[in-house]
Design a protein around this ligand. Structure first.
Ligand code: ASP
Length: 317
């Protein structure tokens, strides 16, 4: 059996490397996805996931995460969880519950505490300072408060043929307290069926929810489309439909992998992702919308990576 993993954004790359190492050693897809996402959650310079994530309008960091097993369809999810080190691990644990498997707010945080998950102040000084600055900028220049968000979404396929999907996000920067995006919502932020494949999303949750794009991509793969064709058809088809019917479409990007370890992505903005499988070492690519509902994908350049590294670590005065 082959194996592989794909995840959204450049920030997921170290996690993808770790996930592929585990999968090569015949570990389970669930462990690979959890390890992948924890790597992103733990890194303080990623501003949109876990520790170091940017807070809501009230200066409070509320985190969303989900986990789905493509064999059993078990799903666990948390939304608006606070001060818990690894929301993905809480979501995974919740996927074992028959009832109450999607918890929000205090209910999610209390569950994590009762289950012995590590409590941690997830709001870094840096994230707090960025929040203070943004408040000031919004007041002075009337800026769009919601710039700055990205989710880590991941799909893994293990040697036994099991597929797992997971997501973790701090959602939109400056979101209203209690706002929940697509990331913890089955069908929108993620979906996986080990007999077909899986998909996960990043982008404006309010719009992703309108199209249930992760489910749609899995459905199309189930009809025989390759992951790339399924992503192109679902993402660009919905982008056009939403523009027509709703007047505009927010930024969104989807990744997919099928049970053969083949992958695809589609996006209506510049989008980076990391992917690898049995044949190909993990690699970061950059994707853009191409002509006629296609996606233009190329390997990331050294210059891009260096500029990225500088940008995420730039001092915040
Ligand atoms: N999908 C996330 C949300 O709306 C944000 C993102 O991925 O950019 O909460």
């Amino acid at each position: 059996m082959t194996w592989g993993a794909i995840a959204t954004w450049r920030m997921a790359h170290d996690g993808v490397v770790e996930a592929l190492r585990l999968l090569a050693e015949n570990d389970q897809a669930g462990d690979a996805v959890e390890a992948l996402i924890k790597t992103v959650e733990d890194y303080p310079y990623y501003k949109s996931v876990g520790y170091g994530g940017l807070p809501n309008a009230a200066g409070i960091l509320e985190l969303d995460a989900a986990y789905m097993d493509g064999d059993s369809f078990k799903i666990g999810a948390v939304a608006g969880i606070r001060d818990v080190k690894n929301p993905i691990s809480v979501a995974r644990k919740l996927s074992e519950e028959k009832f109450n498997s999607f918890r929000v707010g205090e209910g999610a945080t209390n569950y994590a505490m009762l289950e012995g998950f590590e409590r941690k102040n997830m709001l870094t000084r840096r994230a707090h300072r960025i929040w203070e600055k943004r408040l000031e900028e919004i007041r002075l220049y009337n800026l769009n408060p919601y710039d700055g968000h990205d989710t880590v979404g991941a799909i893994a396929l293990d040697q036994a043929g099991t597929m797992v999907a997971g997501t973790s996000s701090s959602g939109l920067f400056m979101k209203a307290p209690g706002r929940v995006g697509d990331s913890p919502l089955s069908g929108s932020g993620f979906y996986v069926d080990s007999e077909i494949g899986g998909a996960a999303a990043t982008g404006l949750g309010e719009d992703l929810m309108k199209g249930c794009l992760s489910y749609e991509i899995v459905r199309l793969m189930g009809e025989g489309l390759s992951p790339q064709k399924a992503c192109d058809q679902a993402v660009y088809g919905f982008h056009d439909k939403l523009t027509q019917r709703y007047g505009k479409a927010g930024a969104f990007s989807l990744i997919a992998m099928n049970k053969a370890g083949e992958w695809g992505v589609a996006t209506n903005v510049e989008f980076t992702f990391s992917v690898g499988n049995e044949q190909n070492k993990p690699q970061i690519f950059i994707a853009n919308k191409g002509e006629n509902h296609t996606t233009h994908i190329e390997p990331i350049t050294k210059e891009w990576l260096e500029a990225y590294e500088k940008r995420i670590k730039a001092p915040v005065e």
